[in-house]
Design a protein. Structure first.
Length: 177
């Protein structure tokens, strides 16, 4: 099988991580930070300050024979708000921006095609940043597999659970059982 990697940012990485962990064909999901301008490995506290330029992201490894990049991008784009600049809901700041870091020209072209196809799906213009992959810094261990370890926490119940319900209802054929 042919594995690909793409990196998504769409608000708090806990949300995107939980979604991606439940999609058929995804073999690895890692929360971390990308896109910053400050040298060195940033910490969660530094990224949350908004001063490093990094976004909270999830690096996704997937088997393109089991889930197409097109389908993966469509799921990502419809399970967060790609029209909100520098934030998602109450999570505000550049660290929560909607962003896709692509690994190849083919990924960039597919992403542009998905943007074009989905532009009328939303009531406002898509503002998702589309950039070549940059350095990826793995987030601290307590941020990995967050929802699965903290599903009863308030944030998980209020913010992540509705996204998982939407994933399950809208993309049941892509959902892991």
């Amino acid at each position: 099988m042919s594995a690909e990697i793409i990196t998504f940012g769409g608000g708090c990485f806990w949300c995107i991580e939980a979604i991606m962990q439940r999609i058929k064909g995804i073999t690895k999901v890692e929360s971390g930070y990308s896109g910053g301008s400050v040298p060195g490995h940033p910490t969660y506290r530094e990224v949350c300050s908004g001063l490093t330029g990094h976004a909270e992201v999830v690096r996704v490894t997937f088997e393109n024979e089991k889930i197409s990049l097109y389908d993966l991008l469509t799921i990502f784009m419809t399970l967060h708000d790609p029209t909100q600049l520098n934030g998602q809901g109450a999570d505000l700041g550049t660290q929560y921006r909607s962003v896709i870091y692509y690994q190849s020209k083919a990924q960039r072209n597919t992403t542009k095609a998905v943007f074009l196809e989905l532009k009328d799906y939303f009531d406002a213009p898509i503002v998702t940043e589309l950039s070549p992959a940059t350095d990826f810094y793995l987030a601290e261990p307590e941020h990995q597999n967050y929802y699965n370890q903290n599903s009863l926490a308030g944030y998980c119940k209020a913010i992540i659970q509705p996204k998982l319900t939407k994933l399950r209802s809208k993309y049941i054929d892509k959902f892991l059982v």
